[in-house]
Design a protein around this ligand. Sequence first.
Ligand code: GLU
Length: 293
Amino acid sequence: MTEPPRQTPVFRFAPSPNGRLHLGHALSALINAEMAAEARGRLLLRIEDIDLTRCNQALEQAIYDDLDWLGLAYERPVRRQSEHFDQYRTALDTLIASGLVYPSFLTRGEVKARVAAVEENGGRWPRDPDGAPLYPTEERGLSPDERTEKLATTERHALRLDMEKALAAAGHPLTWTETGDGARGEVSADPAAWGDVVLWRSDAPASYHLAVTVDDAAQGVTHVVRGLDLFHATSVHRLLQHLLGLPQPVYHHHRLILGPDGRKLSKSAGDTALAALRVEGKTPSDIRALIGI
Ligand code: GLU
């Protein structure tokens, strides 16, 4: 019998050009490179620039400069999310056609005020795995006329996934395969923990969840290697893959580099920025030593 052809594993590093790369990004990029090399796979780079207000060209160029300095070899051309809004829209339209999406109108301030009112009275408002309050679900039930009226009179709206309907459409509990530093094996997805996630905003053409799910499939990614801070988000990605009929990659969520305050590094963590360390005279091998690779 002949062996089936080997599917080449495809990895990706997917930074957002909304700040300088720091040690946490270096860890993620280098783990991806190491795992891709071990698997005799390909390594892609994706520029996650859907947030047009926070991302810019200079920061994108800085990503290329930092990665070149680190010695990261990735394939060209690079995928830039801002060039694929039509694909996100097509995926969104599929979910809309399945009746799983509704327009929502409450502002962040309005939601915050409601949460505060409940919590000040000793009540509990459900929160997502990142600690953000879940969006109220009452607009799921607006009538077509009420929706039309609100769309005409409200400046901004978002399109959200009706989580209850989406779970019913999925029909059975979902899992994903995890090989990372936290749980290993088949992990139960819990998308309901995120409530009615945003898929699109009138001022932002696609949400992170929708774009990342569409991109991983469009790029044929077989192994998603990223920080443990995105572990729980995988539940939403798994659900969207299922609803959109997309293949599911294997996931590997790796340890995070924490700052002196014990929190994950942020884009503003100036002294851990690769560019700042380079100016200080650090070499790429110093960076590897600093992050324990
Ligand atoms: N763009 C995300 C970030 O910079 C990573 C998304 C992902 O790897 O799925 O944190």
